[in-house]
Ligand binder design. Structure first.
Ligand code: BTN
Length: 248
């Protein structure tokens, strides 16, 4: 298998602003990035394999050495826009721009990416206080090759010719660094356009998975919170995840 190279991954990026680690194996690129102080504008950690990959809500992220993407970006972000939603949007856009096609990977609140109704990418955002600064660690996992252990797991192996891993990483890095430096004006409508469950009946599930609420997804507000029309009211939901019948 073709291993990632510095030349391809960081093509046309300003390495004066970036500290990076390209690893063969690591427990978790997010953990590594959390433990490594930010000395430049960005710290980027990419590994071919993770032995203790972490997902949202304390779940594991299955991370074999199989040509998938496991990457973390540590940065400062003082913008009020919700990083977790923006990152999903930028990755969906990166897939279109690298392939030159409208792949239109769908967004599922808050930040899963789906193709053909299967999850192909997960995002885990963590923060770390450093003096007066709030720093964020954006963890991105994109699957190219994965055994079908869960019905809702998918991968983009079939698209590998038009979405080569190194080009996709490069494009995501360019988009995230551009966003960090310039913001994203119409992110909310761009996010809603790519969302797969606008106006649909969904189940909003709390973080501890114990409570849920049924309703119609009415989009998001400026903070990235979910607007859910239940039988009685329009609710604003800030955390947890959602589930769509027949998908997951
Ligand atoms: C999710 O549960 O959907 C989020 C998955 C995030 C996985 C990525 S892989 C790179 C980074 N390192 C980790 O341990 N997790 C994130």
């Amino acid at each position: 298998m073709h291993k990632l190279t510095q030349k391809e991954v960081f093509k046309d990026l300003n390495l004066e602003k970036i500290d990076f680690y390209l690893l063969n194996t690591v427990d978790s690129t997010n953990t590594f990035a959390k433990e490594t102080p930010l000395k430049k504008d960005y710290l980027i950690v990419i590994s071919e394999e993770q032995t203790a990959g972490r997902g949202r809500q304390g779940k594991q992220w299955y991370s074999p050495d199989a040509g998938n993407i496991y990457m973390s970006i540590r940065l400062k972000n003082n913008s009020p826009t919700p990083l977790s939603l923006i990152v999903g949007l930028l990755i969906s856009e990166a897939m279109d721009s690298v392939s030159g096609q409208k792949i239109n990977a769908g967004l599922k609140w808050p930040n899963d990416l789906l193709i053909n109704n299967k999850k192909v990418c997960g995002i885990l955002i963590e923060s770390e206080i450093n003096g007066d600064n709030n720093e964020f660690i954006i963890g991105i996992g994109i699957n190219y090759s994965l055994p079908q252990k869960e019905s809702w797991w998918g991968d983009i192996g079939e698209l590998a010719d038009i979405l080569p891993r190194e080009k996709l990483i490069n494009s995501i890095l360019k988009k995230i660094t551009f966003y960090a430096e310039n913001g994203y004006q119409n992110w909310k409508s761009a996010w809603e356009k790519r969302c797969i469950h606008m106006g649909k009946e969904i189940k909003a599930i709390s973080n501890n998975q114990n409570d849920y609420e049924l309703g119609k997804f009415k989009g998001i507000n400026e903070d990235g919170k979910m607007l859910l029309k239940t039988r009685n009211e329009l609710k604003i939901i800030s955390s947890g995840e959602c589930s769509i019948k027949g998908i997951y």
